[in-house]
Ligand binder design. Structure first.
Ligand SMILES: [Zn+2]
Length: 175
């Protein structure tokens, strides 16, 4: 048994987190007091400040190289929570804004240009256009285009050219 100095309640050792740097190997506050503390703005602010330090960044980087972290990440990606997040995230404004900003960078433009030179991309474009022509959206846009004056003018021009060509052929001049 150990008495928590915060709430002054004597509690079982199981009610205290392990803390190897302390003499008795236990946190000096009980779990519920720690939990309470973690809800305070003071704790949240100190956490935030800590996460800006180089020490924390170095620790995080090192941690992300560990097998434990990789296993955790892998398991996390299998969860429904993650799958739902992944599905919802591209719809968020934050994502759209970050994507837009990224697409303005020279690095992105260069990588896009390089990608468009690859055979993979050309194949993809071909397949995409083929599939697109089968969609109702394409058919509707074609139909709308055929109603435009620009289209009618180009049709008329092509027709007149054909007519002029036919007239210029020998034997057709009289007709
Ligand atoms: Zn306590």
């Amino acid at each position: 048994m150990k008495t928590c100095p915060k709430c002054k309640v004597e509690k079982d050792e199981a009610e205290f987190s392990k803390q190897t740097r302390n003499k008795d190997g236990l946190d000096y506050r009980c779990k519920s007091c720690v939990r309470e503390y973690q809800q305070t703005d003071a704790f949240k602010a100190s956490q935030k400040a800590y996460q800006q330090t180089d020490a924390y960044k170095a620790y995080k980087k090192a941690y992300q190289q560990t097998d434990a972290y990789k296993a955790y990440k892998k398991a996390y990606r299998q969860t429904d929570a993650y799958k739902a997040y992944k599905k919802a995230y591209p719809q968020t404004d934050a994502y759209k804004a970050s994507l837009k900003a990224y697409q303005q960078t020279d690095a992105y433009k260069a990588s896009l240009k390089a990608y468009q030179q690859t055979d993979d991309y050309k194949e993809y474009q071909k397949a995409y256009q083929k599939a697109y022509r089968l969609t109702n959206a394409y058919k509707a846009s074609q139909k709308a285009y055929q109603q435009t004056d620009a289209f009618k003018a180009s049709r008329k021009k092509a027709y007149q050219k054909k007519k002029a060509l036919a007239a210029s052929l020998p034997g057709n001049a009289a007709s």
